[in-house]
Write a new protein. Structure first.
Length: 271
């Protein structure tokens, strides 16, 4: 067959010869028009779609397609199951919201390959990138990521909190714009408060703070405020929190619409 699941001409001569590639696909932040054409083509031709339940549910299945949704905490098991399906000859798409390489399934698949069945290494694994939440939020706001920035996940399921705290402090000290992923969930309501307490100790009170919730979805809500006034309780698991650098600033608009937010390309120039 042609298309994304065609075996590469250089497919390895042993083991997986003739097997279709396994695709790891980014679905983007929500709306279909923020998905790449490559991701759409892969989903169109996959026989098996594997991922965290809510992401899999976003996909309208075609006849004959099987969905394998699962819990969010079993990423590597899910990855192993996907690799096993590909070895059975299925056309497998492992899906993530946003970009699959940003706090998502691509790393879980490679972890399963590194520590798993040696046969997994014979598969042709491909990653289809997607628009990540920080890019979608930035696009709504103006150009807040126009200069150096970093992304930090606040989830301490996968790393100890002192590591999160050390990174937040270092990022604030280096004056990066900071995109905070996984700021809060029902199981972790407090960390975003701890993070703000830490940031308030080291960053100016007037630093711009954004809560960008469900960007691109019908329940989108964007709040632009300052570090002094921000209410961390606005953040939930659908929210991307952005913390400006000392250069990040607002431009008021003539029509009274929400001000544009941007970080200039030059650092330290006179305002
Ligand atoms: N791979 C995803 C991130 C997965 S981690 C990506 O590249 O975007 C999940 C976190 O991403 C959420 O807790 C939230 O912080 C952020 N996120 C995902 N989709 C979002 C959206 N539409 N709007 C705002 N934040 C979003």
């Amino acid at each position: 067959m042609n298309g994304p699941f065609a075996a590469a001409p250089s497919a390895p001569a042993d083991g997986a010869q003739g097997l279709a590639p396994l695709w790891i696909v980014g679905l983007g932040p929500g709306p279909a028009d923020w998905m790449t054409a490559e991701a759409v083509a892969v989903l169109d031709e996959a026989t098996d779609i594997v991922g965290y339940g809510p992401y899999v549910e976003r996909i309208v299945l075609k006849d004959g397609q099987r969905a394998h949704g699962s819990d969010n905490r079993v990423e590597v098991d899910r990855a192993r199951a996907a690799l096993a399906l590909a070895l059975e000859g299925r056309r497998v798409a492992v899906v993530s919201g946003g970009d699959p390489g940003v706090f998502a399934m691509a790393a879980a698949v490679f972890e399963a390959i590194e520590h798993g069945d040696p046969a997994f290494r014979t598969l042709d694994v491909r990653v289809a990138p997607g628009v990540s939440a920080m890019q979608a939020a930035a696009a709504r706001l103006g150009a807040p990521l126009g200069h150096d920035f970093c992304a930090i996940s606040l989830s301490d399921n996968l790393k100890p909190w002192p590591v999160v705290a050390r990174r937040l402090e270092a990022a604030a000290g280096a004056d990066f714009v900071i995109a905070l992923y996984n700021p809060a969930s029902k199981a972790r309501p407090d960390q975003i408060h701890d993070a703000f307490a830490l940031l308030r100790r080291v960053k100016p009170a007037e630093t711009v703070v954004v809560f960008a919730r469900a960007v691109g979805r019908p329940d989108e809500r964007i709040v632009v405020t300052t570090l002094a006034e921000a209410d961390p309780a606005l953040a939930d698991m659908s929210t991307l929190v952005m913390i400006g650098s000392t250069e990040t600033r607002l431009i008021d608009r003539a029509d009274g619409e929400r001000a544009w937010l941007y970080t200039p390309r030059h650092y330290g120039r006179e305002r």
